[in-house]
Design a binder for this molecule. Structure first.
Ligand SMILES: Nc1nc2c(ncn2[C@@H]2O[C@H](COP(=O)(O)OP(=O)(O)OP(=O)(O)O)[C@@H](O)[C@H]2O)c(=O)[nH]1
Ligand SMILES: [Mg+2]
Length: 200
């Protein structure tokens, strides 16, 4: 079967310390760090998803910083995104409550996100549970939205579509609360990854 590779940009959003970077790093590099440092500004990684019909989706994943002081920068990273992941921590109720704020934010900056529904998937960056499924599902939705867009092309100027997803730790362990609290100190994020997967 002929392999067809498409490319898409997605953004990862959510409160600070909910696991955005861990999820991205797990998917792109197959690694997990119990002491993952807070993201400053944003970082970007790439990986390709193999889909069942022989298609491939090359995802450029913009992992934003959850800390409040960086929020004003986020719209820069939303631009041109065809998909979004809104991440919350299953051990942190406040991070779940804030999901609505992130949805509103996306709808403000990405008008096409207004009419798009969301899907909830539980993942664990620690064990890897649900991670491939999450990015595969998102890729399928993007491909399906892209083909709908082609059909509607003469009518619409907007050339992007989005899908929102939320995520929680599926490996919930009561000790996570302690771990999260003890990991609140922000240190400077690495600008480059060792294996060169960094895309920007
Ligand atoms: N047990 C468990 N811990 C996780 C998981 N994902 C992230 N963590 C831990 O939670 C903490 C925060 O993870 P990060 O990936 O840095 O969170 P973030 O959302 O990128 O944080 P900011 O960059 O500050 O916005 C780290 O100590 C991680 O090791 C998970 O799936 N399971
Ligand atoms: Mg981060």
């Amino acid at each position: 079967m002929e392999q067809k590779t498409q490319a898409s940009k997605i953004v990862v959003l959510g409160e600070a310390r909910v696991g955005k970077t861990s999820l991205t790093v797990r998917f792109c590099m197959g690694q997990f760090d119990d002491n993952q440092k807070s993201t400053l500004d944003a970082s970007c990684l790439e990986n390709t998803v193999n889909l069942p019909n022989g298609q491939q989706m090359r995802l450029t994943i913009w992992d934003t910083a959850g800390q409040e002081r960086y929020h004003a920068l986020n719209p820069v990273y939303y631009r041109g995104a065809e998909g979004a992941l809104i991440v919350y921590d299953i051990t942190d109720m406040d991070s779940f409550t804030k999901v609505n704020t992130w949805i509103k934010e996306l709808r403000k900056y990405l008008p096409y996100a207004r009419g798009v529904g969301s899907e909830h998937i539980s993942t664990s960056a620690k064990t890897g549970a649900g991670v491939i499924e999450l990015f595969s599902n998102l890729s399928k939705k993007i491909i399906s939205a892209q083909s709908n867009k082609k059909e509607e092309a003469p009518k619409k100027k907007m050339n992007t579509r989005g899908v929102l997803k939320v995520n929680g730790y599926a490996d919930f362990d009561p000790q996570m609360n302690v771990q999260l609290q003890s990991n609140r100190t922000s240190t400077k994020a690495k600008k480059k990854d060792k294996d060169g997967k960094k895309c920007c």
